[in-house]
Design a binder for this molecule. Sequence first.
Ligand code: AMP
Ligand code: ZN
Length: 450
Amino acid sequence: MELKLYNTLTRTKEPFRPLDPGNVRMYVCGPTVYDFAHIGNARPVIVFDVLYRLLRHLYGADHVKYIRNITDVDDKINARAAEEYSGLPLNDAIRRVTEKTERQFHEDVAALGCLAPTDQPRATEYVRRTDGTLDMVTLIQKLIDHGNAYAKEGHVLFRVDSMPDYGKLAGRSLDEMIAGARVEIAPFKENPMDFVLWKPSSENEPGWESPWGRGRPGWHIECSAMSAALLGKEFDIHGGGIDLVFPHHENELAQTRCAFHSDRMAQVWMHNGFLQVEGAKMSKSLGNFLTIRQLLDVWPGEVLRFNMLRTHYRQPLDWTATGLEESRVTLRSLTDIPGYSDEGAAKFAPSVLDALADDLNTPQAITELHVLHKRGEHEALAATLRAFGLRRPQNVTQVDSGKVDTLIGARNAARKAKDFKKADEIRDELASMGVVIKDGPQGTTWELAR
Ligand code: AMP
Ligand code: ZN
């Protein structure tokens, strides 16, 4: 059996040959922690967890490193912190937001049956380090020294013209990108496509001292620094959602290659397709924005996980209530076998391994689970389900409607008293129970988010 993976960089499915089979290394871009993760964010988390499990099976659990970062410095975080904890100094407010959101994220993805990665570095811990580990400031300085970046007006920018094959990952030339991009024109940019490595911070914004003044890093440099610090300047697999190809991964690739004068960053670049909800792009205004937390109040985590794996990771996925119900019934029937237990040895059956080895073909793997079921190979089926991180679907506690009514009453009272902060907190509490409320002429109604 040979593992083949589709590589966005070469646009082909290639045999996977780790740089060092004794130390297989994968980096996946993690969440920016300012709000509950939505079900689209769960897709890369689940997909790369399955890949991590497969790599551990193939190379041995001790020989695979999986890094998924936490982005805890970002202007969206600052804005959320100022809004949510307006009475606190910004730095304290930011800490509250990032710590709370990071905790929620870990709880959510654990409920989806995902293993903890080997390391989950926080970006703020890699801006400047005193222990000799590579950090963002050092990396930026290297880029300036090599002529790949320039400092201007407190900013440091990457000079895209200094890299001849900038745009290779996205498959676009610099000219095409300039024509198509909504790039920020700034007087201090040599080329409108130059992107920020460092920017100045005002006194109350988070900031670090640097050779270019007090400031904070841009988003892309975070991943270049953390991946190099923890995996080395070249590693095996870099993953994330398809929206990250450009600009995020293109820019990571440019930074890392130029900083280390190397001709690659990761050998294989993998991207999951986008998830939609009931045929529409998820958005708060359409009312179809589903957080993992809301879904977990209604559906068992293993059903969410199974539903995610029924579609091949590179295909678009339409997330529907009907699909979830089918997933629940199917997973239930696959686990309704003599001698089934959630606990016990975990081992992929050979037919399932073959499917996964073909660029992580999980729909085919699920077909193979049905074959095992039909043939009565119950032990192999149960062991394979466990290897996938799947279990028999648990019942989810239903929402207590008395509590919902009490909370809606309290929210209406708060609104009447013009205490909108309290009213919003109550709405959020209801949302975390999976309850969506609607204010209409007849008063407030509610329904379960599904
Ligand atoms: P973000 O916090 O937006 O940077 O997203 C975190 C991860 O979730 C990235 O790998 C994104 O590509 C991925 N992602 C975000 N939205 C979706 C979606 N609707 N479908 C699939 N992946 C998504
Ligand atoms: Zn990244």
